[in-house]
Design a protein around this ligand. Structure first.
Ligand code: NAD
Length: 541
């Protein structure tokens, strides 16, 4: 603390720009897109002040044009990962002891840089690296990351100001210490904002970090590094490595100074990390914090009283935006028989109106899925549904990877509520619908609750308040983010803290105070002003 109880600027959500035809922002981001697209960048490892080029490189290509190369990145060897650990630990003392307001200023400045001079770079790199249309890029790589940075600064001050009461003659104080060691941040491909948030939220609370981005997000991860450097983040606070995830992880988790993991990605990978941490538990100086947000099999259930067009729009947006590659994307839908055909016909019409292709053409609502592995997996499930007698491909069902990894948004209708695509996370533009008998509403709620191992997001549509309450209770543990008459995607920092339980994660709610609390270890300091001089209590006489 400096010399004052400083108040940080009140956080407000960054307004989403429209990019409508003729708008200056549209022209500006397309210019940046072209600039990135028609040049190449060489992305080094960032360890301390050093930019390390190992010479062992991989190329980076847009998913919508996979033969086109936009750059290379360098793979770390074990010694680089070890160097990242020692560099982080060397930076720790100074960083952990820096006044909180200086830390806050760095991240507030980063938010302003992204809102201003870096906005086009953040968006264009995300359009290229992850094949997002401009709206999906803007709500992620600009607005959400800005919100994370600004709101987290505010939450940090709320945490610091949470202090115990003090009795007469004493003063109780709590200081929120950074963890004793380093934090390992592992980020997924699908949100540039998550890539930015996982290392910075821990760093904001005074921790040092080793960050491993996804191989499929490195192009936009580099822009985040550029922003943090310009914002004045001291060298060594966040160190960035890429390469073999198993080698990198094993090296980091073997360190006695490993103090916490901040992960977002698939359930299987997270479970593997947890097991490794468990096996290594005797090595560590402190019990590591384990924070992971993982997969989902997110549902929409419509009551017979709901509005068919509203349900259809929630499916169209909730299942297909960003090609369904959101952990929150609707992927299993329960429709009452009396409404099903109407809803399905609306969704089919929407799909037929979609344009699909490069995000550079802003008429395209749908762009490509992230990589060939994902494309092949999705094509396999679509083919299986075409062949299986308990499933029907009602809409979509085409795919083509000749230029980019394009999968047409697809609706499967199944007669089996346990059909493979009702239970497995596909992470693509494929949604499966099960039609239930209207009178089986309450039974269907149980089905929704029991069908999946996940518990991330879900939505109920109904015009009947009694059934809304019934669903809210019956599905209490089915989703960490539960939506009434709205799609299950699109959580906004500061408004809908995000995360789920069961196989969906530790539910530490990204973009909330709960998350930041995982990156501190409180120390209580009790001071007595006039210390006792006699051990005898009055009852002893
Ligand atoms: P992923 O699990 O394949 O990869 C995530 C990260 O883990 C990447 O950095 C990857 O390189 C790394 N990784 C992969 N294998 C590893 C291993 N064996 N050891 C250590 N690290 C390893 O996930 P993805 O494809 O990048 O992202 C999609 C997944 O993320 C989906 O399951 C989605 O539901 C989930 N997700 C969840 C949330 C949430 O908030 N719950 C948000 C976004 C994404």
């Amino acid at each position: 603390m400096g010399k004052g109880f400083f108040q940080v600027p009140v956080a407000v959500n960054e307004p989403v720009r429209s990019y409508a035809p003729g708008s200056p922002e549209r022209e500006s981001v397309l210019k940046q897109y072209k600039e990135f697209y028609n040049s190449t960048v060489d992305v080094p490892l960032y360890i301390g002040s050093e930019e390390i080029r190992t010479g062992n490189t991989r190329t980076m290509s847009p998913p919508h044009d996979h033969k086109h190369v936009v750059g290379t990145y360098h793979l770390a060897e074990k010694n680089h990962v070890e160097k990242a650990i020692s560099t982080a630990l060397e930076a720790r003392e100074k960083w952990a002891n820096l006044s909180w307001e200086q830390r806050a200023a760095i991240f507030l400045k980063a938010a302003d840089l992204i809102a201003g001079p870096y906005r086009d770079k953040m968006n264009a790199s995300t359009m290229i690296a992850q094949s997002k249309n401009i709206h999906q890029a803007e709500i992620d790589a600009a607005c959400e990351i800005i919100d994370f940075l600004r709101f987290n600064v505010e939450y940090m001050t709320q945490i610091y100001s949470d202090q115990p009461v003090s009795d007469d003659g004493i003063w109780n104080r709590v200081e929120y210490r950074p963890l004793e060691g380093f934090v390992y941040a592992i980020t997924p491909f699908n949100f540039t904002a998550i890539a930015g948030n996982l290392p910075t939220s821990a760093a904001m609370m005074g921790n040092v970090v080793v960050w491993k981005p996804s191989d499929h997000q490195i192009f936009s991860a580099k822009v985040i590094v550029d922003v943090l450097k310009e914002a004045g983040l001291p060298d060594g606070v966040i160190n960035v490595v890429y390469g073999d995830p198993v080698m990198i992880t094993d090296t980091l988790l073997d360190s006695p100074d490993f103090a916490g993991i901040h992960f977002t990605g698939s359930t299987e990978v997270f479970k593997g990390l947890w097991k490794k941490i468990g096996n290594n538990i005797d090595r560590y100086k402190t019990y590591p914090r384990i924070v992971g947000e993982t997969g989902g099999k997110d549902f929409i259930i419509a009551h017979p009283s709901s509005n068919a067009k509203q349900v259809a729009t929630a499916i169209t947006r909730g299942a297909f935006e960003f090609q369904g590659q959101k952990c929150s994307a609707a992927s299993r839908v329960y429709l009452p028989k009396s409404l099903a055909q109407e809803v399905l016909d609306f969704v089919k019409k929407d799909i037929e109106s979609f344009k699909m292709g490069s995000p550079e053409n802003m008429e395209n609502f749908i762009t490509a899925v992230i990589h060939e592995g994902s494309f092949d997996k999705l094509a396999g499930f679509i083919d299986r549904a075409k062949a299986d007698k308990e499933a029907e491909v009602f809409a979509g069902g085409n795919y083509d990877k000749s230029k980019g990894y394009f999968v047409q948004p697809t609706v499967i209708v199944t007669t089996d509520p346990q059909y493979v695509t009702m239970t497995t996370e596909l992470f693509g533009p494929v949604v499966t619908v099960y039609v239930y008998e209207d009178q089986k509403w309450s039974e269907t709620l149980k089905l929704v609750d029991n069908t999946s191992e996940y518990g991330l997001t879900g939505a109920v549509f109904s015009a009947d308040r009694y059934t809304i309450e019934e669903a809210t209770k019956a599905l209490q543990n089915s989703a960490g983010n539960f939506y009434i008459n709205d799609k299950p995607t699109g959580a906004v920092v500061g408004q809908q803290p995000f995360g789920g339980a069961r196989a969906s994660g530790t539910n530490d709610k990204a973009g909330s105070m709960q998350n930041l609390l995982r990156w501190v270890s409180p120390r209580l300091i009790k001071e007595t002003f006039v210390s006792p001089t006699d051990y005898r209590y009055p009852f002893l006489g």
